[in-house]
Design a protein around this ligand. Sequence first.
Ligand code: 16G
Length: 243
Amino acid sequence: MYRRAPVPLYYQLKELIRDKIRSGEWAEGMRLPSERELCDQYGVSRMTVRQSITDLVHEGLLYREQGRGTFVRRARINQQLDRLTSFTEDMLNRGQTPNARVLSAGMCEADSMVAERLQLPPGQEVFRLYRLRTSDGEPLALELTHIYFPGCERLLEEDLEHNSLYVLLETKYGIALVEALQEVEAGLAGKEEANLLRISPGSPVLLTRRTTYTDHGHPVEYAVSTYRGDRYTFCTRLTREWR
Ligand code: 16G
């Protein structure tokens, strides 16, 4: 620690802890040394240690457990938003095991929003699928998707707990998924959603709406997903246009 540095001590300690987490020296789930140990180790006051830790708790890197201490939180999932991928692909790319629990599946009449997104007349029968997505056993998102293509009712016979919807559409049904439009919005988990996602009711969630198009520019899917706000960071690369 540099006492003369223009950067406050608590901030220096915070960055030091952040580096330890980033490098993996302090692994996920590890209990931090006690406040006293940190004071001794870095030659700073208890106030300084407390302020650094409180900041990192607010940022979501650490969490406190009453009577047990402070722990390193599991790294967030950094979701790139520049490629059209499925949940299955995203998790496999991370070396994790994706899973799906079908909460409901069936044919239903498109409401005005679904009809607009899928460019269908309201009331058209579409396939509706509601799934809880988990990875390595951890619930991450709820996905409510609507699919339309002639013959989409055949999806009723598919096992969508053990198969990727995108793989089925592309390989079995010959529907090439080419691009999607996606919006992200802030939301709060309702009681039932919170229960399924194993978070407290009212916790922040990220709501995404995706309309996916085929190679002919026809919309085939309209999905609304609810992602756990404490587990996801959406990340986009921006390039500057030179004028
Ligand atoms: C993604 C898509 C969702 C799609 C699902 C297919 C978003 C916002 N959602 O989660 O629209 O239905 O993947 O997943 O990214 P699957 O192929 O693993 O069944």
